[in-house]
Design a protein around this ligand. Structure first.
Ligand SMILES: Nc1ncnc2c1ncn2[C@@H]1O[C@H](COP(=O)(O)OP(=O)(O)OP(=O)(O)O)[C@@H](O)[C@H]1O
Ligand SMILES: [Mg+2]
Length: 251
């Protein structure tokens, strides 16, 4: 139930009336099946661009992208963006079940699956609420539940917790790790938070300022599940400060 990603010389130039913008220099990157990969880098360095190309939302200007499915052939992709993008006229349950409705799955099964997913992300009891009745963190959880509805083999998350307070963010990081471990999906996550990157990633890709290129790749050695207290350890802080130094040099 998982996908590997191979990027070879993936580059992007945006063409607009006011001129061309070189967003991404050729990127070579391999993501292993079931890996949790995190992208960090200064604003405008092409993280969202790379993510959108990997997810097929956008084409590359050059290079090749190869997604290889596992033995079961599953190729579904789930997206979570910075804003939850819930549809305001649908209940949480209907929002979460939307990918299933698009696949013409029956009402009863959709409902059961939505309830199960809401339960997984800690939203049990909120199925019949409207998005506006939920806090920002709860809306992001609903967005994660919706992204998981299709049992994605690949989960692409672009600053999913950017708008949240530190406490909620830490809690959701742990929940996300748990869900990812249970699902076996391959994850690519973009964040501006170094501690979030170190807490979640198998590997961290640091990108340099625009036009983006890969500056370094760091393997994160900690066992899973990773306790919140890990952040206080010297090993964690050593990796975090090395990343911070790299980012300072790229800005
Ligand atoms: N549709 C577009 N047309 C023209 N230029 C674009 C377009 N989308 C992005 N860009 C440019 O491409 C570059 C990379 O943008 P991208 O959104 O990928 O950066 P990012 O790393 O995700 O930044 P942030 O951290 O601020 O989200 C930026 O300089 C941006 O101005
Ligand atoms: Mg972005």
């Amino acid at each position: 139930m998982t996908i590997s990603i191979s990027c070879r010389g993936l580059g992007k130039t945006y063409h607009s009336r006011s001129g061309d913008v070189r967003a991404l220099e050729p990127v070579d990157l391999e993501v292993k099946p079931g890996e949790f990969l995190v992208l960090i880098g200064p604003s405008g360095c092409g993280k969202t661009t790379l993510m959108r190309i990997i997810g097929g939302l956008q084409s590359a200007s050059e290079g090749t992208l190869k997604l290889t499915t596992g033995p079961d052939g599953r190729d579904t992709v789930g997206f979570v963006f910075q804003q939850s993008n819930l549809l305001p006229w649908m209940t949480i349950e209907d929002n979460v079940a939307l990918p299933l409705r698009l696949r013409h799955i029956g009402k009863q099964e959709r409902r059961e699956r939505a309830v199960e997913l809401c339960n997984k992300v800690g939203l049990a009891g909120f199925e019949r609420r409207w998005p506006r009745e939920l806090s920002g963190g709860m809306q992001q959880r609903a967005a994660i539940a919706r992204a998981l509805a299709d049992d994605p083999a690949l989960l692409l998350m672009d600053e999913p917790f950017g708008a949240l307070d530190a406490l909620t963010r830490t809690r959701l990081n742990s929940e996300l790790e748990r869900l990812w471990m249970a699902s076996g999906a391959t994850v690519v996550l973009v964040t501006h938070s170094i501690s979030e990157a170190v807490m979640l990633a198998d590997r961290i890709v640091v990108m340099s300022a625009r036009p983006g290129r890969i500056r370094s790749i760091t393997q994160v050695p900690f066992e899973r599940p990773r306790p919140v207290s890990l952040e206080g350890t010297a090993e964690f802080q050593a990796i975090a400060s090395e990343l911070r130094a790299q980012l300072d040099q790229t800005a």
